[in-house]
Design a protein around this ligand. Sequence first.
Ligand code: PHE
Length: 297
Amino acid sequence: MGKLPGNERPLVGQRANVLKTQVQELLAERLQAVKSAALAERLARETIDVTAPPSGIPMGHRHPLITTTEQIVDLFCGLGYRVAEGPEVETDDYNFQRLRIPTDHPARDMQDTFWIELDHTLLRTHTSPIQIRYMDSHEPPIRICVPGRTYRYEATDATHEWMFHQVELLAVDEGISLADLKGTLQEFARALFGSERKVLIRNGYFAYVEPGVELAVDCFACPGDDPKCAVCRGAGWLEIMGAGMVHPELLEAAGYDSSRYTGFAAGMGPERIAMLKYGITDIRNFYANDLRFLRQF
Ligand code: PHE
């Protein structure tokens, strides 16, 4: 522009401006065309089928404790029991007193308790209060199994947790004897631990049963005398539950005639049963939410 004679400058400047605008317009047009071609190609490639099932969402599965509890409950339902449930926050009355465990009874020491100071209720230490709750509101014949969470003020270690589960069993009817308890528990042990299992019933103390027993199954992992056995440590027997004949005082307190009706009760821990069954050595694994543990089941 600088070298042009002065009179030509406006004209050339004008033309150059027109040219510049044209080039800019063409460039923009071309850019737009390239962009829409790229978009069309991408849309063709990325069609979304909204009816297709999602992929890559990992599916979870049942927790080993739920599986074990369901197995136990299923088995008893097959024997004619029905499921009953009750509150996890319980009264002193149902959790202890009416099970013949008064305030100063030494049996309370076996069940360290989380008290709720506000209204002197507690987190239930076992599922046995449902025996009372159910008998209060039903007439015999009774056949119930009661799965649920229980709590104890425990120092946590490989075999103790402050929260765990129990399944309670209660049968009340005319003519129920210790033989029925034994037969029922034998059936249970064989269904869960194998048909060749033997069960051992020995004396045990629980204030709400008379007689009271403890049930053990023979070790399924060794011949019963291997001190190195990881399951029984040479004891040969694995304790799996407490049980007994319902104390007549409980039946009378529920308004039943104890000369006509008798019953048995039992309480077992799904954690312990699952640990024995699957060879789990630390109860804390159940609640740690470690997928490496959970994926094995
Ligand atoms: N409630 C007892 C416990 O927690 C188990 C039990 C239940 C014993 C029923 C006898 C009868 O250890």
